[in-house]
Design a protein. Structure first.
Length: 204
């Protein structure tokens, strides 16, 4: 009887850190710092939390939220995320996320990115979320080996749906009562997607 040796899965390549900060016409997207905590007070607003996967935060939890965001700077594995705070004229007005996901077989880099954004109601209607999300989409396709970007949101969140449409994303699916909200109710999910070739065609 001979021992069998299981083949070792090929190592997944480590992706290079993103070239941050990112600058747009009006905004600075940079890694969070612990001292950003006071400016994250939009997480305390129940109306903002209405469309988040967690309840509105107590002000005492803002330092922990700042540390969490600050820890997400160099995604490489499926499930890893990059979080950047968004500054306008020296003040943090929101934050954005790019989460790497799969499918990613052994030895391959993540192939899909999920975009997300949270902004202070004080800057609603000024186009900051679209401007920042567009910068993150560009990062997703230019820096990371992604073939697809997606966003998942509550269909009632029409403001975020409009952002997806401005990015060129297509409404791909509407699943019913598949997400258990922090308030104990089941919510629908709208899925938007953008393929690399669509993004490249849009850019000419």
């Amino acid at each position: 009887m001979t021992d069998t040796v299981e083949p070792t899965a090929p190592a997944r390549p480590v992706l290079p850190p993103p070239p941050v900060p990112l600058r747009t016409e009006r905004l600075l997207l940079r890694p969070a710092r612990p001292d950003d905590a006071p400016d994250l007070d939009y997480y305390v607003d129940p109306e903002v939390a209405r469309y988040l996967p967690f309840a509105a935060l107590d002000p005492s939890a803002l330092p922990e939220r700042a540390v969490t965001l600050a820890s997400r700077t160099a995604p490489s594995e499926p499930g890893d995320a990059l979080n950047l705070v968004v500054e306008h004229e020296g003040r943090v007005v929101g934050d954005v996320m790019l989460r790497l996901t799969g499918p990613a077989p052994p030895g391959a880099s993540p192939s899909i990115g999920e975009l997300g954004w949270v902004f202070s109601p004080s800057v609603a209607g000024r186009g900051f979320a679209t401007e920042a999300a567009r910068a993150m989409a560009r990062l997703g396709f230019e820096h990371y080996p992604l073939h697809r970007l997606m966003a998942q949101l509550d269909p009632l969140n029409t403001a975020s749906a409009r952002i997806c449409e401005r990015l060129g994303m297509k409404h791909e699916a509407h699943t019913r009562r598949d997400f258990l909200s922090h308030d104990g109710t089941w919510k629908d999910t709208a899925v938007y997607g953008l393929l690399r070739e669509e993004w490249e065609a849009e850019r000419g």
